[in-house]
Design a protein around this ligand. Structure first.
Ligand SMILES: [Zn+2]
Length: 108
């Protein structure tokens, strides 16, 4: 995958499984706007494209969060019985080259 996801990109079951059962979302700053004396922070997951909106007051305190999940995310089941099973299957089926490809691209 080159670069960050954009809304509308196809999100595979494999990617959703990584966010939901293995790593959690990979948030990055996407947008922000001044609101009610504070801000509305908007971050997006670079893997699945889900969006999280967080109201922040002038002191930096957060006040609840709203999530807009990628299509199919909520219903995405896991083929694994639990997170330990998912982790074991992921690392058993992924080569070292696959795991380090992104790091090597960055270094190159
Ligand atoms: Zn995600």
């Amino acid at each position: 995958m080159a670069g960050r996801r954009r809304r509308g990109d196809v999100v595979t079951a494999e990617v959703m499984e990584q966010c939901k059962y293995l790593f959690g979302h990979a948030w990055y700053p996407y947008d922000a706007e001044a609101r009610d004396g504070g801000w509305m922070e908007v971050v997006m997951c670079e893997r699945c494209g889900s969006v999280r909106r967080t109201p922040i007051d002038r002191n930096g305190t957060t006040h609840g969060r709203q999530y807009q999940y990628a299509d199919g995310y909520r219903d995405a089941g896991s083929t694994y019985s639990d997170r330990a099973d998912a982790r074991a299957a992921f690392y058993a089926s992924t080569t070292h080259d696959e795991l380090t490809a992104r790091r090597k691209r960055r270094a190159g």
